[in-house]
Design a protein around this ligand. Structure first.
Ligand code: FES
Length: 584
């Protein structure tokens, strides 16, 4: 016992403890409530895991400890809770030797990653945001790879979603992708927010069961591609899912599977306003994080959405007053010959600014002609996608705040669709997918009235150098006030053109998003802007991309920030800080 007592805390005599019922000791970084109850001794963390109320002020009856603040109940012997909203309270080993009570404040923990993973799984099922936040922090503190919480969230989100892949899975993937661009302390917050939305959308939903692969001897990729496109065309989601599952199981390569999915999505014009392609691209990005071995589970979650959604040729806005839809079909036909002609020069083209300028003008026929001509002159799939994405960011940078507030979202939809298409074109370039650049350019055209009048973008500083840290603070302070759209754009513009390294302002823009009640659109635009800026680092176009992002974020800030408040409670509990104010 002599060795043990060096690390243990002396509580007092057993008789004293019995007389008092409970006493509080400190050690090992913990404040511990030690109870004598029903002939036994128990020790638990004195801070209620819910909001930190002192548990020595709770009530013990029949082996159950009840916190007096929100009445969470705990099994005194294990710390396990009967009220999942509160989470389990940590218990500590106790011993009695020669009439003296001792508590061990630092028992070895064998598998913290396993313990936090299990808590995260439970919290997702019950949609308990405080425990989701604690789990994200616990896994981060235990140095778990980011793919541990990501994988748990992905498995949950693609299983308990009858409708398949949706906004929440997109947000979770955006969270994972933006982690390297965030400050270290914001990374658990990003993961928490992504997981939180997966829980909100899917908790309590029935599981989705995968269809078995076909027992077929067919192995030709072109046959699976044909089958899959035909099934999606006639909205047969079961046929398409079984076809896709089989293609993955028999080992058809990743790029070929991507080509199959992207071709089926682009067989119709601008399906679901670009969301379907965005979701598919995000599912592949999730597989980049987690590994291709998860393809069967993740990619089949796309199929129901692909088969059921609206096709833009069915929309009046694509038919009247100008029949954009017919123009796109004709341009798609012309694209084949231009693609063949441009094959020997593919990638040599270098005229993105000029093409983006034409896309932003008011002539859809001229735009489609210019795009087909660019392909003929050697523009690659990714280059054409990049030009459309840049035009969409320019629309956002020039959006005038005299428009309806909801019109920010109109531009946002085109912008994220254009970014998704660009990323997909880099992943699996093909003539079929290239067709979608024409559709997406027409969406940029349809948004033209939101640049009338056009907001002037801030001019770059003529000569640097700026105090980057001061500008980062000014940006975040500014977004504490509503509608600081132009001041925020100016700060970002000055920061970039003043020579400060982009990483700092990107981390601040990420923080500005994460501290708010950020929904689907906010996650999407931060993710898209990071990717589009990476394409244009050190250029004026890169500056415009971040200006556009800052304007959108500033227009939507501040919010109630309740999500961050929950995270901060979890963070303070994690750090052992007092949450309950004794002064009331
Ligand atoms: S139940 Fe204990 S602080 Fe809320």
């Amino acid at each position: 016992m002599a060795t043990a007592t060096q690390a243990h805390i002396r509580v007092g005599t057993l008789e004293e403890l019995k007389a008092r019922g409970c006493t509080v000791v400190t050690g090992g970084g913990h404040t511990i409530a030690v109870f004598a109850h029903d002939g036994k001794v128990y020790a638990v963390d004195n801070r209620c895991p819910h909001m930190g109320f002192p548990l020595d002020r709770g009530t013990v009856k029949d082996g159950i400890l009840t916190c007096h603040w929100h009445h969470a109940r705990f099994d005194l012997s294990s710390g396990g809770t009967f009220d999942p909203f509160a989470d389990d309270v940590r218990s500590f080993p106790v011993s009695v030797s020669d009439g003296e009570v001792w508590v061990n404040p630092s028992p070895p923990e064998s598998d913290p990653i396993g313990r936090w993973s299990k808590r995260l799984e439970d919290a997702l099922e019950d949609n308990i945001r405080l425990v989701i936040a604690k789990s994200a922090l616990g896994l981060d503190a235990a140095r778990a790879d980011y793919r541990v919480p990501l994988g748990i969230g992905a498995r949950f989100g693609t299983t308990y979603s009858a409708a398949g892949w949706g906004q929440a899975m997109t947000m979770l993937t955006c969270s994972a992708s933006m982690l390297p661009y965030l400050e270290v302390e914001d990374r658990p917050l990003a993961m928490y927010q992504g997981l939180l939305h997966v829980a909100r959308d899917n908790a309590g939903m029935p599981p989705r069961f995968l269809l078995d692969p076909l027992p077929t001897g067919e192995t030709r990729p072109e046959v699976f591609k044909l089958w899959f496109r035909n099934f999606i065309d006639v909205r047969d989601s079961d046929g398409a899912e079984r076809c896709l599952r089989t293609a993955i199981e028999i080992g058809i390569p990743e790029q070929t599977v991507a080509d199959m999915i992207f071709a089926a999505i682009t067989d119709h014009i601008y399906v679901d306003g670009g969301h379907t392609l965005d979701f598919a691209n995000k599912a592949f990005e999730l597989l980049d994080h987690l590994g291709w071995e998860h393809a069967g589970q993740i990619l089949t979650s796309l199929v129901q959405g692909m088969a059921g959604v609206r096709r833009s040729e069915e929309l009046s806005s694509w038919r009247n007053p100008i029949d954009i839809s017919s123009m796109v079909w004709r341009a798609r036909e012309a694209l084949g010959a231009a693609y063949a002609e441009g094959a020997s020069r593919r990638g040599d083209w270098d005229d993105e600014d000029a093409l983006a300028g034409i896309i932003l003008e008011d002539d859809p026929a001229a735009t489609l002609d210019a795009m087909v001509e660019a392909v003929r002159r050697g523009a690659s799939e990714a280059q054409l996608g990049s030009a459309v994405a840049y035009a969409a960011f320019m629309r956002m940078a020039r959006f005038h705040t005299s428009n309806e507030f909801n019109d920010w979202d109109t531009l946002h939809n085109t912008l994220t669709a254009a970014n998704a298409l660009h990323q997909a074109l880099k992943r699996a370039p093909s003539l079929e997918l290239l067709r979608a650049t024409l559709d997406t350019a027409m969406s940029v055209y349809l948004d033209r009235f939101l640049n009338m009048p056009a907001q002037r973008t801030p001019a770059p500083l003529a000569n640097g150098a700026v105090d980057g840290e001061a500008l980062r603070s000014r940006l975040l302070d500014g977004m504490n006030v509503q509608q600081q759209v132009e001041p925020s754009a100016k700060v970002v513009s000055d920061y970039i053109s003043g020579g400060a390294t982009p990483e700092g302002i990107i981390a601040s823009l990420g923080h500005a998003m994460l501290r708010e009640e950020s929904g689907f659109h906010m996650f999407q635009i931060v993710d898209a802007a990071i990717k589009q800026h990476e394409e244009r680092r050190g250029t004026n176009a890169g500056r415009i991309v971040l200006v556009a992002l800052s304007r959108f974020l500033a227009a939507h800030a501040p919010t109630s920030r309740a999500v961050q408040q929950t995270f901060n409670i979890a963070l303070r509990l994690h750090r052992g800080e007092a949450l309950y104010d004794e002064r009331g």
